[in-house]
Ligand binder design. Sequence first.
Ligand code: AMP
Length: 282
Amino acid sequence: MEIDGSARSLFAKLSDERAKGRAIGFVPTMGALHEGHLSLLRRAKSENDIVVLSIFVNPLQFGPNEDFNQYPRLFEADANAAEQVGVDYLFSPSVEEMYPEGQPKTSVHVATITEPMEGALRPGHFDGVATVVTKLFSIVGQCRAYFGEKDWQQLAMVKRMTSDLSLPVEVVPCPIVREPDGLAMSSRNIYLFPEEREAALALSRALRSGSDAIERGASRPDEVSGLMMEILSENPLVHPQYAEVVDSNLLVPSRIEGEVRLLVAAKVGKPKLIDNMGVFAK
Ligand code: AMP
């Protein structure tokens, strides 16, 4: 595995790989790798000749009162895990490498999809993600890029952005990896105290109840949202932020018909957790 912190040198190496006819799979992350990330890397490995992993905690996507400084940084463990799953190139640029001129004057904004939920709670967050993903796609070049369904709103935004801007990237959505008890894996889970870890199960429980209600015939989105919110509110350690039923692609409120997506978010102690589930309404 080659570790590279330079965008210019990675671009050159990957251009060479492509010239030799090799297909490139790319997995962008912020590090603190867990089984969720590793599932993306394994999938990329099975579908491509070369796998590129990026680890970059992107300051642009964190608000002033968010956890940029506290975000876990575990480079050595990450590099070992990456090596074990067969990553070929680990790109780990510094903030100066990614933003040599400081705050960029150019920003990528994807309308509609980024407005509700995380977009409403975290102003500027999705522009920060869209901008860094566009930069990473420019550096890596033509590839398949693997994104987790765990961050459903982000995935929907990246898919639409890639299509709107004709970026030479095939976005590949990958299923959510969960702990055996249902908690969606997240780099932030390491900050949960034991009682909070238990309380955090409310998110997946709320989604399952919402999904069961739809399967039993619930047809009013507010009824399903209310039910999920009730479950999130049962434990005082859980501070719910939203529980929504939306159209899977545009993330706008949806009638319960065909494929819909249920999304929840809550703060559990310090960490903010998100989760989601797809449901097909008959
Ligand atoms: P992050 O490092 O949190 O920015 O995540 C990097 C990528 O890993 C994103 O595409 C996430 O959606 C994906 N990811 C994070 N957690 C999971 C999970 N539990 N299951 C599947 N993919 C995940």
